[in-house]
Design a protein around this ligand. Structure first.
Ligand code: ADP
Length: 272
């Protein structure tokens, strides 16, 4: 943040109960920054994150939950690599949620999620999350609408419970547009070192772009709450995505004012 750049959190937050239209949200938006002018604030925010996390970990008072969602190729993995690299792995980990296993499927959809939520002093990053239960599940008709529709309210109640018990929840939707996804998929296909990321299934998912967009619009419109707000991050430009996520996360941690614990020690101690 600087004088001519107001807090990105205020610009990108989804106000509770507002109606989100992703077609109207420009995935190229960079809020006055250029790649050059974003470079220093991004580094500063990463340094801020490093220092805040150390105090957070020392203090052992606050759990932090970061949720990353976005369509295939939107940059969830890249965000983890660039932004979360500021965090000490001691006290921070990534929980990825893929297709549920047989055991997970035999439980309610929040069972595997709740098992991975952070404890005091920890930062847990969800790479995909409980929201898949109203996204892929809805788009592919994996459960009837009568079952997934009530999940918006259930998810809000679940997050409210976590927040009321002390967890800070920060949810990022990485917003790319359809043409950006085409370019990223093509780049993966063209580069043998990226083939491990290329899945033919992603092309099938791409055909359902409009269905995913509608499902995401519902998620963002119904599940951004005071307890657990969504931020819609324009993510066509990776440097802006990194800047925005670093800044918002650092701001949210700073608001907790984490402090090193004061420890009473005997005076004049000389270690032999
Ligand atoms: P990614 O695509 O994020 O790099 P994976 O290749 O492991 O990671 O893909 C995860 C897949 O798991 C995605 O296609 C996602 O839609 C799917 N998935 C996640 N949660 C669920 C769920 N609750 N039900 C069905 N599929 C899910």
């Amino acid at each position: 943040m600087s004088a001519d750049h107001p807090h990105l959190a205020e610009r990108l937050i989804v106000k509770p109960s507002s109606k989100v239209s992703l077609h109207e949200a420009d995935a190229n938006e960079s809020h006055g920054y250029t790649k050059d002018t974003a470079a220093k604030p991004t580094l500063d925010d990463l340094a801020r994150l490093t220092s805040l996390q150390e105090r957070l970990f020392a203090e052992q008072k606050h759990p932090i939950l970061v949720v990353l969602q976005g369509i295939d190729t939107s940059g969830k993995d890249g965000t983890i690599r660039h932004v979360m690299s500021a965090l000490n792995p001691q006290g921070c980990w990534i929980a990825g949620f893929g297709v549920p296993t047989a055991v997970e499927s035999a439980h309610d959809y929040l069972w595997r999620i709740h098992a991975q939520t952070p404890a005091n002093g920890e930062i847990v990053v969800f790479n995909r999350s409980h929201y898949e239960s109203v996204l892929v599940v809805r788009v592919h008709d994996l459960v009837p609408e009568a079952q997934w529709r009530p999940r918006f309210a259930q998810i809000n109640a679940f997050e409210e419970l976590l927040a009321a018990e002390g967890t800070t929840i920060v949810k990022f939707f990485l917003h790319i547009d359809r043409d950006e996804q085409r370019q990223r998929l093509q780049a993966r296909y063209d580069d043998p070192t990226k083939h491990w990321k290329f899945k033919m299934g992603d092309l099938e998912e791409r055909k359902r772009w409009d269905d995913y967009t509608a499902a995401y619009e519902d998620v963002l419109s119904r599940c951004s709450t005071d307890a657990a707000p969504w931020y819609v991050v324009p993510a066509n430009r990776k440097w802006f995505r990194n800047l925005a996520i670093g800044e918002i996360l650092a701001d949210r941690l700073e608001a907790l004012k984490p402090e090193y614990p004061v420890v009473e020690l005997p005076p004049n101690l000389v270690i032999a």
